[in-house]
Structures are given as structure tokens and as C-alpha cells.
Design a protein around this ligand. Structure first.
Ligand code: CAA
Length: 240
């Protein structure tokens, strides 16, 4: 029987490419989104992938949403915690509000996404947890004290989950995309973006599909011995 995968933030950007790649690889896929109904409807129309609306920052909403997905599609075998936001500003201009927004979505949101599926994965003796972190969690970034803190935190969560899940057939891994051609990166001022591309040895932004292929691999049986690791996909911009 086809395995079931849930991708948070799965109807746009890197998440949309992940949802589509998992579907193409034979998974039953559900994608979540937080607010953009129009984009989600278009995504479902184009791909046939069902979307669910909830805010990853809200534990009760995540738990209830996940229960609904499991009622519709069956137990979740593969969870991709991808939903993330930016509220970029130099630290002296950052506010407690934008700090908390980013922490709540990018870090607590991973807890909210993984925690409800974890007991079922343990019971069934199989699970794949894949967290989309970032190059900026590895190297830091001017203007992203909040975002970099969450993405570094995600890596600590994954390494700990990897140790707790191993005996129950669950692996937990992270992917650290570099700068990928999505709306999020296109929102960076053009001059700044051009400067960033200048720091990428392959000389271009990444494509969302290049991250999606990493996810498909980590989700597969072939990746069973890979646990607690980080796949870095950044065109050579930063070596860990
Ligand atoms: N390094 C050093 N100094 C920098 C700098 C940098 N990278 N960027 C800006 N500065 C300097 C400016 O030159 C300016 O200096 P002066 O005051 O002496 O002129 C000072 O910092 C303040 O700059 P601004 O007044 O322009 O600051 P701002 O309030 O407009 O904010 C910013 C600027 C929002 C941080 C903007 O530079 C920016 O968006 N930077 C990009 C941040 C980034 O890379 N975000 C990634 C988004 S994509 C993503 O997150 C996905 C992923 O995982 C990779």
C-alpha cells in the first residue's frame, strides 16, 4: 500500500515541489497551508493533491488537522516540516513581535507538526521525519537573527529526535537549502539578492525540485541508515 506523506507549507515554494515529487514517487500526499486559499486551490487543481488549512504555529490546530488527514488518507508515514516564514530586519530594528512570529512558526511549528504523528510512528515501527532547515541556520545571516535561531534550533531537534526514534524504526533528518528561487528569496531586495548569488559558486539560485529530490531520497527505504544527518544543498555557498 502507498505510504502517506504530509508536507506543511506544501502548496507553495519548496513545499509545493516536495509535495509533487512525493506524489510522483507514489506517496499519498497531503499539503498544508496557512492562509493563501487561492494558491492552495490552484495547487490542488493542477496537481490533484489535497490541501488542508491550518497554522503550524498553533498546536491544537495542527493536532486536529493531522487527525483529519489521517482519517482521510490513513496513518502518516512521512512528515515533512517545511512551513516557514521570514521577518527580516537588522537586530536593532527587530521587535519582540517579529521574533515570536518566526520562533512560533519555524521552531515551535516543527514541534507542533511532528509531536502529533510521533506516537503513531512509534506504534507502527516506521516513520520518516524530514525537517527543512536552512543554510542560514548553519552560518547565520545579517538581518535574520530570528530566522537563523529557528533554523539552527531545528537541527538540534532533528539530532535529538533521531536518537529517540531509532529503536522504533523512525529516522529524523534535516535538509539545509541554500538560496532557492522561491517567492521568499525573491522578496529579498534585488541588490542584496544579486550580491548573494555572487557568493554561490555554482552561480545561480537553486531550484525547488533540487530540494524535493533530497526529500524523496530521505523518505525512501534506501535511506534507512541515514539518521540525524543534515543534507546541505546550497550550490557551494557554505561548507559545514
Ligand atoms: N552585511 C553587512 N552589512 C549589511 C548587510 C550585510 N549582509 N546588509 C545590509 N547591511 C548594512 C547596510 O549596508 C546598511 O549600512 P549603512 O547604514 O551603513 O548604510 C545597514 O546594514 C542597514 O541596512 P538597511 O538600512 O538597508 O536595513 P534595512 O532595515 O532596510 O534591512 C535587510 C535590510 C532587511 C536586512 C536586507 O538587507 C535584507 O533583506 N537582507 C537579506 C536577508 C536575507 O538574506 N534573507 C534571506 C531570505 S530567504 C530565506 O530566508 C530562505 C533561506 O532559508 C535561505
Amino acid at each position: 500500500m502507498a505510504r502517506t506523506a504530509l508536507v506543511t507549507g506544501g502548496s507553495r515554494g519548496i513545499g509545493a515541489a516536495i509535495s509533487k515529487a512525493l506524489k510522483d514517487a507514489g506517496y499519498q500526499v497531503a499539503a498544508t497551508y496557512a492562509g493563501n486559499d487561492e494558491a492552495a486551490a490552484k495547487f490542488t487543481e493542477e496537481t490533484g493533491i489535497k490541501t488542508y488549512k491550518w497554522n503550524a504555529a498553533d498546536y491544537a490546530a495542527s493536532k486536529a488537522g493531522i487527525e483529519q488527514v489521517e482519517t482521510d488518507l490513513g496513518p502518516i508515514d512521512v512528515i515533512v516540516a517545511n512551513a516557514g516564514i521570514t521577518r527580516d530586519a537588522p537586530f536593532h530594528k527587530m521587535t519582540p513581535e517579529t521574533w515570536h512570529e518566526v520562533i512560533d512558526t519555524n521552531l515551535t511549528g516543527v514541534f507542533n507538526t511532528v509531536h502529533p504523528v510521533w506516537p503513531g510512528m512509534r506504534e507502527r515501527g516506521f516513520g520518516r521525519v524530514i525537517v527543512i532547515s536552512s543554510i542560514n541556520g548553519q552560518k547565520g545571516q545579517f538581518g535574520q537573527v530570528n530566522y537563523a535561531a529557528t533554523k539552527a534550533g531545528d537541527l538540534g531537534m532533528v539530532k535529538s529526535l533521531a536518537q529517540e526514534g531509532a529503536a522504533k524504526g523512525i529516522t529524523a533528518n534535516a535538509i539545509c537549502p541554500g538560496y532557492i528561487a522561491t517567492e521568499m528569496v525573491m522578496a529579498v531586495p534585488e541588490k542584496v539578492r544579486e550580491a548573494i548569488i555572487g557568493q554561490i559558486p555554482v552561480g545561480r539560485l537553486g531550484e525547488p525540485e533540487e530540494i524535493a529530490r533530497c526529500v524523496v531520497f530521505l523518505a525512501s527505504d534506501d535511506a534507512g541508515f541515514i539518521n540525524g544527518s543534515t543534507i546541505t544543498a546550497n550550490g557551494g555557498q557554505h561548507f559545514v
